[in-house]
Each structure stands twice: as structure tokens, then as C-alpha cells.
Design a protein around this ligand. Structure first.
Ligand code: SF4
Length: 417
């Protein structure tokens, strides 16, 4: 029986409190402040840009534009069990249920101003980058029509193998066009010193985030990847700011302290698993309880590491950022994805992998059966594929998923690991 279902003893309550991640409170404060500021800016002279999660946000920060992320808002709506009703609004306007539920929920929220924070502030312009998928083109075109605002599309061609020079050069040209677009929108001139400062903060925060995630190489792991899914919000939305640097310094200190004091996130850690794909936002609590009961820690994932940047030339931030944003996890071929998964599996010492086949996110889910086979071939460890959708719970069968996870972990037990 899970500890949240039966009454806990005083000793168990104290232990639970000791294991709780304190930085989650600081994160909530930071994100609340951010959303209050963003919503308060609506109708003022400040520019607000809605932007896709994988797009370069640093130029926006450098131009004093407030970035707003419909995908982060979608995750909030999903976790609050409010995204299905928003999706239904979009579906009522003719959008197919096969379209990503972030897109449907966002369109529904734009129409109704629904969701846990009463919708997002109206944008003055939009920025979409297809390094995560091509759905964002049509989604943002729809938003541009709905709000009647300009849309900048940052085009990143798919990368097979190593990034060829002509694609790298193309991405750099996109970066320059992006800057020109921002100059036109904000009527400000590009300030190189300001951009270098923002880029440096972004890279520093990203390096701190990488170190935070690496803390989970330790046994017992100081957090699960479900905690990382929550703690990642500032690196997605506000990288390039001092607040985010300060926040991740605090998180890193906490993780190091937990390691020193031997505080694991679970009371008992028997197995370590890798998670693939976006979280099932509306089911995090239940899945968290299940994994705790199974003494299984999800120690790493392919999602949160998307915001750990490597290979940046501080002398040429625009150029190196163009390259980095083109080579994100969802814009590379299966062979390179398999290399990343294998590297995570080795570094974090996992006993297997759980892959969320996400009905919404085709680019993340296509190829998972091949990746699962390749993972097992390279590591000798098993992989399980579960069916769900990140925010549309109508595609989720809890009983079936939980039974499959239990069987999978029991098989690990049977294998004598
Ligand atoms: S399809 Fe996937 S990558 Fe594209 S917006 Fe939806 S969740 Fe993000």
C-alpha cells in the first residue's frame, strides 16, 4: 500500500518531510512572479511574444520582450486536469483530435481564456521554431490569424548525422533574420553587448541545470525525473535571466547537500529506470506513487536534458546558438537518438527504460519501437512502451498502464537484478 493512502506514522511523516525537495517552493514563487508580470504587461507598451519551447528565447530577453510559452501553459493545464475541456473547444471549431493536445488546448484557451491562470496574456507577436515539430507552423499560423499579429518562423531543417556546414550557415542566417524581425517589432537596435550578457546567463543556467540532472547519477538518486519535469520550468521559460541562474544555483546546492547527507527521493531505491518522451502531466502523482511503491526510481529522461546546451563559443554566441537550436533531440535522426539514450543509460546506471508512446507528439513517438530494440541490443536492458497522451487523458487507460508497469518491474525482479 502506498504511504499516501494509509495514515503515516509520525516517523514516516518526518522522513517524508526530510525527503521533500525544498527548491520546488522557490520554483513556484519564481513562476508565479513570471506569470503575474506577463499577465500584467497585457495592454501596456511591453511586448509579449508567444514562443515554442525549442525556439531561441535569448534574443527576446535581450530585446526586453516577455516570452510566453503555450507549451508550459499546456503542461499546467494538463497537470490541473483542465486541458481536455480546452481541447474540446478547439475540436468544436473543427480541429482534429489527432492534432497535438498542446495545440488544441492552447487554441481552446485563446478562445475561452480558460485554464488555471485564466489564459495567457495576448501576444503582440509570435515566434515558432520547427526544431521540435512541424505542427507548430500550422498551430502558430492559426494563432497569428486569431490574434491578428505577426509571426516569425525560425526554420531548422532536419539533421541526419552530423550537422553539415550549409545547414549551419542557413541557421545562422535565420538567427540574423530573427534579430532584424525583433528590431522591427520593438523599434530598438540590436545591442551586441546585451545579447552576449543574456547568452552568457542562458549558458550558465543551462550548465547548472546539466549539473543538477547529473546529481542523479548518484545512488540513491536525490530526485526522480518527475521532479526534474517540475524543476525544468524556469530553464524552459526564462533562461537568459539572472533569476534563473540564482534559482539553479540553489537547486544544485540542495541536490549536493542531499547527496552528502544520503537523502534519496524514495524511501527505498531498488531499480533505476530511464524515461523517454514528455511526461503524462495529468498522471504524474499516480505514477509517482506507483514507482515509489515498486521501489523504482526514474533517474533520467530524454526530455529535460533538451535544455542542456553544449559546444557554445562565447565569442560567437549568435552563431553557436543557431547551431545548438538546430541540433536539439527532436531534430536529429534515430541513430543519434539511440546514441543519446545509450549514453544516458550508461551514465545513470539504469536497469531498463520506459517509453511513453505519446499520441500527441508524433516526432517524439515515431521510431520508439526501433529505439527500444536498439536500446536492448546495445545495453542488454529491457524497455517497455506505454500508450498515453501528455495532456489529453481521454487516450489514457490507467489500469492497463499500471498493470504493464508492474509486470515490467516484476520481470526485472525475476531477472535477479
Ligand atoms: S507535437 Fe510534440 S513537439 Fe510538437 S508541439 Fe506537440 S508536443 Fe511539442
Amino acid at each position: 500500500m502506498s504511504e499516501d493512502v494509509r495514515e503515516l506514522t509520525e516517523e514516516e511523516k518526518a522522513d517524508k518531510e526530510r525527503r521533500k525537495i525544498k527548491s520546488a517552493g522557490a520554483m513556484r514563487e519564481l513562476m508565479t512572479k513570471y506569470y503575474i508580470e506577463a499577465k500584467g504587461a497585457e495592454g501596456t507598451k511591453r511586448h509579449i511574444a508567444w514562443i515554442t519551447s525549442g525556439a531561441p528565447v535569448e534574443p527576446l530577453i535581450a530585446f526586453d520582450v516577455i516570452p510566453v510559452y503555450p507549451e508550459n501553459h499546456g503542461a499546467m493545464c494538463g497537470a490541473a486536469h483542465m486541458n481536455v475541456e480546452l481541447c474540446e473547444v478547439a475540436e468544436g471549431r473543427g480541429f482534429s483530435r489527432d492534432l497535438c493536445s498542446y495545440a488544441r488546448g492552447d487554441i481552446g484557451s485563446a478562445i475561452t481564456r480558460g485554464g488555471p491562470i485564466g489564459g495567457l496574456p495576448r501576444p503582440t507577436f509570435l515566434v515558432a521554431c520547427n526544431n521540435i515539430c512541424n505542427t507548430v507552423f500550422k498551430w502558430y499560423e492559426e494563432l497569428a490569424r486569431f490574434f491578428d499579429v505577426p509571426l516569425f518562423i525560425f526554420d531548422t531543417p532536419f539533421v541526419r548525422g552530423e550537422l553539415p556546414e550549409h545547414l549551419a550557415a542557413y541557421s545562422v542566417r535565420q538567427m540574423h533574420e530573427y534579430v532584424s524581425f525583433l528590431e522591427k517589432m520593438t523599434r530598438k537596435e540590436y545591442d551586441d553587448a546585451r545579447f552576449v550578457d543574456v547568452a552568457a546567463k542562458s549558458l550558465f543556467a543551462s550548465a547548472l541545470w546539466k549539473e543538477v540532472l547529473a546529481c542523479n547519477e548518484h545512488r540513491p538518486a536525490p530526485m526522480t525525473c518527475f521532479d526534474a519535469f517540475i524543476l525544468m520550468a524556469p530553464i524552459v521559460t526564462l533562461r537568459g535571466t539572472q533569476e534563473v541562474v540564482d534559482f539553479y544555483q540553489g537547486v544544485l546546492e540542495e541536490m549536493k547537500r542531499r547527496i552528502e547527507e544520503g537523502i534519496g527521493i524514495l524511501p527505498s531505491e531498488r531499480y533505476r529506470l530511464l524515461w523517454d518522451n514528455i511526461p503524462v502531466w495529468y498522471e504524474m502523482r499516480n505514477l509517482g506513487r506507483l514507482f515509489m511503491e515498486l521501489e523504482t526510481c526514474l533517474v533520467a529522461d530524454t526530455y529535460t536534458s533538451a535544455w542542456t546546451f553544449e559546444g557554445v563559443d562565447a565569442e560567437k554566441p549568435l552563431e553557436s546558438m543557431a547551431r545548438i537550436y538546430t541540433e536539439v533531440y527532436l531534430n536529429i535522426n534515430l541513430e543519434r537518438m539511440a546514441d543519446k539514450i545509450e549514453s544516458l543509460a550508461t551514465r545513470f546506471g539504469v536497469d531498463g527504460m520506459i517509453m511513453h508512446s505519446n499520441r500527441s507528439c508524433k516526432p517524439y513517438s515515431l521510431g520508439q519501437y526501433d529505439l527500444a530494440k536498439e536500446f536492448t541490443r546495445r545495453t542488454g536492458k529491457p524497455a517497455l512502451i506505454i500508450e498515453a497522451d501528455h495532456t489529453d487523458s481521454r487516450w489514457y487507460d490507467r489500469a492497463q498502464v499500471e498493470t504493464r508497469i508492474r509486470d515490467f518491474v516484476e520481470n526485472l525482479l525475476g531477472s535477479g537484478l
